[in-house]
Ligand binder design. Structure first.
Ligand SMILES: [Zn+2]
Length: 178
């Protein structure tokens, strides 16, 4: 079973993931996050509002699930967008064949509205795909996109509310250029 939760920043994706994990019996799941995301912690998966659970690092260059014994039935992965689909999807498929449940969360798009990493390819093959939205900073409408508040041209630039905002389709051009 593959379940994918996607959306922009500040849509509650990590919260959704942690809520899901908190309902699982102790010792039956592992939570992974990319080894490049140490914004809040190296060994915890943390939401923007501070909720957290212990997590393991998953190498973005060579993602391999470690510590997955028979007792582990569910593998949760945050920030799917940081993984190349050609590297992540084969290791996920291997676990699906072993009848594990995979629950992943990630950004659909980067700050230029370009599809980002493994999120959309995984959502397309998921048994359940859930798209969350945030609120547009300008008009209050449904926000599917993020925009950058500070100038930085690197695609991967880790930041929180000081660096990123969320926008609807209509307001994005204006917000992203200011
Ligand atoms: Zn708007």
């Amino acid at each position: 079973m593959l379940i994918i939760v996607s959306g922009p920043m500040f849509a509650g994706k990590t919260t959704w993931l942690l809520d899901y994990a908190s309902k699982l019996p102790q010792g039956t799941y592992k939570l992974f996050k990319p080894n490049i995301d140490s914004r809040y912690s190296d060994d915890k998966c943390v939401t923007h509002d501070g909720k957290h659970l212990p997590s393991l690092n998953l190498n973005v260059e060579n993602p391999q699930f470690t510590d997955i014994g028979d007792k582990i039935r569910t593998i949760l992965i945050d920030e799917l967008n940081f993984f190349n689909k050609d590297k992540l999807i084969p290791v996920i498929n291997k676990q699906l064949k072993l009848k594990k449940t995979i629950v992943g969360a990630g950004l659909n798009y980067d700050y230029q509205k370009v599809p980002f990493g493994s999120t959309i390819p995984l959502a397309k093959i998921a048994d359940q795909s859930i798209e969350l939205f945030s609120v547009c900073d300008k008009c209050g409408g449904k926000a599917r996109h993020v925009y950058r508040k500070i100038h930085n041209e690197n695609r991967i630039f880790l930041g929180a509310a000081d660096a990123y905002g969320t926008s609807c389709e209509i307001c994005w051009d204006e917000l992203n250029n200011n």
